[in-house]
Design a protein around this ligand. Structure first.
Ligand code: PAF
Length: 281
């Protein structure tokens, strides 16, 4: 496994791999990331991983300075998962002096995470554009857990005619259903126990929709009721949205399906999760 830092080092090593799958990450890796690495390796023959805590996607007062970091541990996990190339750029390798370009995806970034975290998706789209441009992978892999991020990157890749496939891997969950996230490490024992309510709420709404409840307001209320039953949980939003536009729905059209998603705070930790209701045939 080759580990490189500068763009010149990356270019030199990149030439060794005719086909390469890239998994962009911010490090502090968990099974969600590693499942994408294995998928990239299987589909492309070689897997690259970038590890970069991107400052431009954090807002003021967010957790940039405390975001968990442990490069030795990440490299150990990546060796075990069979990664071939790891890029660990410094801020100046991503944003060299004179850097003056930002990528803003319109429309779908106005809602959900985009509405609560102004500038977040411009930071994400810009860094992902740099990572894809520098690595030039055959395919790039992202987790469904960040459902809106996936939509934003797919939109960017289509609009900018990027010559690669964007592949989405399923959310990997702990045994109680909590979606794996580097931020789970912030949770106290009590908060961690309460946090399983996120997936329970999503599953309850999905079951109700599958049972014929298409009133989106009733589904939001059902999720909210379950979450407020956990004293440590504070709802940021619960959403039943169109799977493409991400606009809030009044009624689910079973032929289109829906994205059920939520953001909930446990103390200082903000967690997101989602499930997709697929369109009925
Ligand atoms: O999902 C993440 O870890 C980040 O948003 C990404 C895609 C690596 C961009 O910094």
């Amino acid at each position: 496994m080759k580990v490189v830092t500068t763009r010149a080092e990356l270019r030199a090593v990149r030439a060794e791999f005719p086909r390469l799958g890239l998994v962009p990450t911010m490090g502090y890796l968990h099974e969600g990331h590693l499942s994408l690495v294995r998928m990239a390796k299987q589909e492309c023959g070689a897997a690259a991983v970038s590890i970069f805590v991107n400052p431009t996607q954090f807002g003021p007062g967010e957790d940039l300075s405390t975001y968990p970091r442990d490069l030795d541990r990440d490299l150990r996990y990546l060796r075990e998962a069979g990664a071939d190339l790891v890029w660990t750029p410094r801020v100046e390798d991503i944003y060299p002096s004179g850097f003056a370009t930002t990528v803003t995806v319109g429309g779908i970034t106005d809602v959900l995470e985009g509405a609560r975290r102004p500038g977040h998706f411009t930071g994400v789209a810009t860094v992902v554009a740099v990572l894809l441009g520098a690595v030039s992978p055959t395919r790039a892999y992202f987790g469904q857990k960040d459902a809106q991020q996936v939509r934003v990157i797919q939109r960017m890749a289509t609009d900018l005619a990027l010559p690669l496939d964007v592949v989405v891997g399923p959310t990997v969950r702990e045994s109680d259903g909590l979606a794996m996230s580097s931020r789970n490490t912030y949770l106290s024992e009590g908060e961690r126990a309460s946090a399983s309510v996120l997936y329970r709420a999503l599953c309850a709404a999905r079951a109700a929709a599958e049972g014929g409840e298409f009133d989106a307001h009733a589904l939001r209320r059902l999720m909210a009721q379950l979450i407020v039953g956990e004293p440590m949980a504070e709802i940021d939003y619960v959403s039943v949205a169109d799977p493409d536009s991400l606009a809030e729905l009044a009624t689910i059209d079973p032929a289109r399906g829906a994205l059920l998603s939520l953001a909930v705070r446990f103390g200082r930790t903000r967690l997101i999760d989602n499930v997709v209701l697929p369109p009925s045939r």
